[in-house]
Every structure is written in structure tokens, then in C-alpha cells.
Design a protein around this ligand. Sequence first.
Ligand SMILES: [Cu+2]
Length: 384
Amino acid sequence: MAFQRKLVAGLISLLGIMLSSGLHAAADMNMRPGVTETSIAAYDLHMMVIWVMVWVSVAVFGAMIYSFIFHRKSKHPVPATFSHSTKVEFIWTIIPIIILIYLTIPAIKLLIKMEDASDSEMSVQVTGSQWKWHYKYLDQDISFYSNLSTPPEQYEDFDHQGTDKGENYLLEVDNMVVLPINTKIRFLVTADDVIHSWWVPEIAVKKDAIPGFINETWTNIPTPGIYRGQCTELCGKNHGFMPIVIKAVSKADFTAWVDTKNAEKKAAADAAAAAAAASWDMDKLMALGETTYKSTCAGCHGVTGEGIQGLFPALKGSPIATGPVAAHMGIVVHGPSSKKMPAFGAVLTDAQLAAVITYERNAWGNSTGDMVQPSDIQAFKAGN
Ligand SMILES: [Cu+2]
């Protein structure tokens, strides 16, 4: 007897442990409440629906289990002969209808609220492209690209020999989207090439970025902080490598950031003009060319210019990268006629364009010896 009692006690405590760890795991996997009014409302709605589901399940499974036990064959060898009951059927139709209406009303109210971007105080245009995001602050006249900043050594570590993964592995960028708190901000979401989707769970914003369409959404963030998200529409090879990072700051800090950005913009324009006027030597062109290539081109054409068979042409030994310079400049500045590669004429500076073209003509065994100067790019742009 003592043994049986111990066994039962052991089983009960095991069940208790499983239940409590199960609940913990469930809490970890649950949706996050987030920080904005809408994200919290979405969370509350989600929890409300879950509990309705729990009670429906308890009622349905309870009725089933009750029937299994109290109407089993050994208790009722002769089954009842009725085939239906209008009263019961009426009840089991009406109750679900009431439950559905009860769930629909708050859901629709919240959806309408989330779609209503009216009375926004500022607008940011968000453009997805393979595989980075571009942000344009329409009221502040600021724009920049935001690229993944996790070093490739962390994610191309196929033989597990290299660097450990950082804390924000694949969720870190070079330029964060800085936004003021307590401000209704409208996002205009679109794409350059294929469908992407701009998703930041903590602020409950998830909007498809579709070429040729502009989708609207908004947020109003009450607390300063860093909120991370990702592209959530399969958009090609590097779909998992175009994260989103929002930095919410006080209004004063936001104004200060806008000022720095504008100062940076002016300094960059001055530097670009100076760089374009200067004559560059081979080492300098190759150095800037390599960094530009790795950050902008290697995603498709490969770090060593090997391309991907059938998708992205190899640049090593390519007839264009080793042929006449004008055709090479043309495809990089204006993009190919097939539109399979973006035009880089307005994305990179003239010095970066000159450097990356020089690099492609002299790297990985390509050995044209050609140097393309920023002034050549300027002349090319002026003539074409
Ligand atoms: Cu994408």
C-alpha cells in the first residue's frame, strides 16, 4: 500500500511540474503585449479570445466526457430512439452566433482604429528593396538606407569555427529609424522590386510593402526604447537579412537628431563634391571599391564575384566587367534593361560608383588595369 501511495503522490507531483513548466513555456511563446496603445489592445483582444476558446473547449469536451461515462453501453444497453431535438439544436446554433458577435465587435473596432492614419503629425516613407530598407522622412527632408550590421563572419559560419553570435544577431542595423515619442507617425510603405513586409511586433505594425502601391499605417510610441522587427514576406535569398530597428526618443532628442542628420547631409555633399573633383589613385579606388562592393553588390554577385548560376551573373571574367568601360558604367548607373538589378546611379556617390566599377574591373583575376575616376562618372551621367 505504501508503495502505491508513493507512486500516486509521485505521479501527481510530476503532473504539477509538467503543468507549471508548460504554463511557463506557453507564456514565453505567447504574443507580446508591446508598448503602444494599439499593440496592448491587440494583446488584450488575443487573450480575451483565448479564454473564450478555453471555456468553449471545457464545455464541449466536458459534455463529451460526461456522455462517455454516464451513457456508456454497459449503463445503457438499449439506446434511446429519438433522432433530434429542435430545442437543443436551436441552443447550439444561437450560442455560437452570440459568441462570434461578441468576438467580432471589438476586433473590428480595433482594426478600424489601426487603419486610421488621419491626424498624423509626421510621415515616414518606408521602401523595401532586396535586401535593405530605405526611410524617407517626408517632413524633415532626411532619407537613408538601413542595412543589416551583423558581420557576415557570424552568419556565414557554416563550419562553426568562427565568431560567436552577437546579442542582437540578425536584428541590428547600421542606421536606426529614429522616431519621436508621443507623436502620431504615419508610415507610407512600398517596395522597389518584390513584395516585402514591414513588421515591428512591439508597436503592432505589420504592413505589406508592394511595388507600385503605397500602404498606410501608423504608430504612436509612448516609451523611449529600441524596438526590433524584420521583413516578414519571403522576398528572396536574403529575406532573413533585412531587419528593422526603431529607436524611440524624446521630442527634443529627435529634433537634435534631425539637426545632426542635416549637418551630416551637408558635410557629405561637400565631401562628395570634393572627392569627385579629386583624382584618385588605384589603391584608394580599390579600397573604397571593395567596401562598397561588399556592402552593396556581394549579396547578389557573391563576395568573390562568382555570382549564382542562373540568377546573378558572375562578375569574375564577365564580358561586361572586362569589356568596354562605358557599358559597365551604364549597367551600374542605370541598371540593366531587364530591371533584374536596381540602378545604383542615385544610390551611391560618384566616388563610390567609380571605385566599385574600378574594383570589379581589377579584382578576382579581372585585370583590365582600368581606373574609373569620379569625374568620369560625372561626365557619363551628364552625357547619358
Ligand atoms: Cu524583404
